[in-house]
Write a protein that binds this ligand. Structure first.
Ligand code: PMV
Length: 349
């Protein structure tokens, strides 16, 4: 019987605090602006992926949460082709290596949270896929180099190759070789950060992020101002706030950026809606709490869906969680709270 080679890995979800929204190249997934995110703990939301290669396999196959998915889509194909090319160069340099680059792959991936509901499932999914195959192929590439490959699967996936606080630098080159993720700070550099995820709806989103981004980039007048003026400045200030552990600035910018991202969606034609009434109630509640406290106790952010992610400091956890329970008793938390991921400087493991 032909030998089966395999490797397994988990990759965490990351939630952007400075949002990526807009592609300057759809094929390579090159963004129109740089972005920043916080990686959540793998104990909370994560994808677990096993990649196997064997001479006996007759076609590349991917199972996501038990259902067979296409591997022939442009994004998955691009990741597989790049990873195979890197493996091929190892095999060319050392002919004693098994020719895994010529074998078909079987990939099995499981999320422990709702898929495509605006909880960054594609980010964790493509990061885990790239890392599992890179481990299977014993590739020497760093997390930063692998992030360029994961980016082609789903833009935000490049940031899930790192723990802690992560920037995706948009880069300038047309071939995308400088558009990759870098770690701003590890989780231990700012260890008292906490995240709570409020699952407002676990339904699949109606407008995919790719479609939403294209509509916005083509039709929103506010979009141009955002990418050219607002984000470059915010990127600098938010990066510094992370290094300074300045939650007031970090929180203010996180909320402002979530609001501007949803504003450019609304400014699109036709308008794109991701938040619902419950999302807006969460915003009002947090704004009120912060206002009463006279400081930023918690910061909300919403991706391309109605679910809220709240960032706050550990010392404020009783206030934040107590208040949410009292004000929104029917709302499900994702295990009520998630922690920020342990730092994984050279990639998820
Ligand atoms: O990576 P994508 O194509 O699923 O887009 C992600 C877009 C947002 O989640 C809304 C923002 C971000 O930076 O993650």
């Amino acid at each position: 019987m032909a030998k089966i080679y395999s490797a397994s890995t988990t990759a965490p979800v990351n939630i952007a605090t400075l949002k990526y929204w807009g592609k300057r190249d759809t094929k390579l997934n090159l963004p129109t602006n740089s972005s920043i995110s916080v990686t959540l703990s793998q104990d909370d939301l994560r994808t677990f992926t096993t990649a196997a290669a064997s001479e006996a396999f007759t076609k590349d196959t991917l199972w996501l949460n038990g259902t067979e998915e296409s591997v022939t889509g442009a994004r998955t194909s691009a990741c597989l082709a790049e990873l195979r090319a890197l493996r091929k160069s190892l095999e060319d340099a050392d002919p004693s290596l098994p020719p895994l680059s010529t074998y078909k792959l079987h990939i099995v991936s499981e999320n422990n949270f709702p898929t495509a509901a605006g909880l960054a499932s594609s980010a964790a999914g493509f990061a885990a896929l790239v890392r599992a195959i890179a481990d299977l192929y014993e590739l020497p590439q760093s997390a930063e180099e692998l992030s360029r490959i994961a980016r082609q699967g789903s833009g935000s996936a490049c940031r899930s190759l790192f723990g802690g606080y992560v920037a995706w630098e948009m880069g300038e080159k047309e071939d995308g070789s400088d558009s990759r993720a870098v770690q701003i700070a590890t989780e231990t550099d700012w260890p008292d950060m906490r995240a709570a995820i409020l699952v407002v709806s676990a339904k699949k989103k109606e407008t995919s992020s790719t479609t939403g981004m294209q509509t916005t980039a083509k039709t929103s007048p506010l979009f141009k101002h955002r990418v050219e003026v607002v984000v470059p400045e915010r990127f600098k200030v938010m990066s510094k706030s992370i290094l300074d552990k300045d939650f007031e600035t970090f929180g203010q910018l996180t909320m402002a950026d979530s609001n501007q991202f949803h504003a450019v969606c609304l400014d699109s034609s036709p308008p794109v809606f991701y938040m619902n009434d419950v999302s807006r109630n969460v915003i009002s509640l947090i704004e009120k709490v912060n206002n009463l406290a006279g400081r930023v106790v918690a910061a909300y952010t919403f991706d391309a869906g109605p679910n809220a992610v709240l960032y706050y400091l550990e010392k404020d956890e009783p206030i934040v969680l107590g208040l949410l329970k009292a004000a929104l008793p029917d709302l499900d938390g994702w295990q009520n709270k998630a922690t920020v991921s342990a730092a994984v400087p050279d990639g998820v493991s």
